[in-house]
Design a protein around this ligand. Structure first.
Ligand code: CA
Length: 230
């Protein structure tokens, strides 16, 4: 079984060894780099996914992320000890696809790896939720609710797609602003509420008791639809 190659960039040898063991058990080939320089020179080998620690002895993980993104769209999961929301947002803003906060369970990391690889391969073209009730086809920009096509604005589509691709993950309003505009813009975050309200009116049976987009009070939003099995 060979599910692909993963580069683990982590200077803490214990963490690197555990992550490597778990991923290898899953059938991945794993290369560990314990410095930023080694990580960058390993890139030429080509990987299917990169797990990148933010805090490295010689380089800032964010700089490595930018370097990788300059000429590659390989999926990146950031490992961060920084729990500040602003820092997480920054990680996603500079091109990481997902982040895991330390300390993390190796099992959760493996689940995130599998989910990200499924997303990035995009072979399915569409994802469906709640037993086919809601289907999002990203390649055709189509959404159907109970087999009826819906009309969403490009902004609404982008927001829903972002939330639905990461079920369970909480997004702050500012993070969602970043999704729409590509940068943070204070003062725009309340506009997100208006967009979410519009999306709910289109996809929810009962917008006041949503089965897809849940409000996380004081923080933002979370997608709670149940992904259908393949
Ligand atoms: Ca570290």
């Amino acid at each position: 079984m060979n599910k692909g190659g993963i580069l683990v960039v982590e200077d803490e040898s214990k963490i690197a060894a555990i992550v490597k063991a778990y991923l290898e058990k899953e059938g991945f080939r794993v290369t560990v780099a314990n410095t930023g320089q080694k990580a960058i020179s390993a890139l030429k080998d080509g990987f299917d996914l990169i797990i990148l620690d933010l805090m490295l002895p010689d380089m800032d993980g964010e700089d490595i992320c930018r370097t990788i993104r300059a000429d590659s769209d390989v999926p990146i999961i950031m490992l961060t000890a920084k729990v500040e929301e602003e820092e997480r947002i920054k990680g996603l803003g500079i091109g990481a696809d997902d982040y895991v906060v330390k300390p993390f369970s190796p099992r959760e990391l493996v689940a995130r790896v599998n989910a990200l690889l499924r997303r990035s391969k995009g072979t399915k073209g569409s994802i469906s939720f709640n037993k086919g009730d809601l289907v999002i086809d990203s390649s055709r920009f189509e959404i159907t609710k109970n087999n009826v096509p819906l009309v969403l604005t490009p902004t609404e589509f982008k927001l829903l797609q972002c939330l639905a691709e990461r079920p369970g993950q909480i997004f702050s309003r500012l993070q969602l602003v970043n999704v729409i505009l590509g940068y943070d813009f204070e003062g725009y975050d309340r506009t997100i509420d208006a967009h979410i309200k519009n999306i709910r009116h289109k996809i929810e049976e009962d917008p006041r008791n949503p089965s897809y987009i849940k409000t996380v009070y004081g923080v933002g939003y979370r997608f709670i639809g149940q992904p259908d099995e393949d």
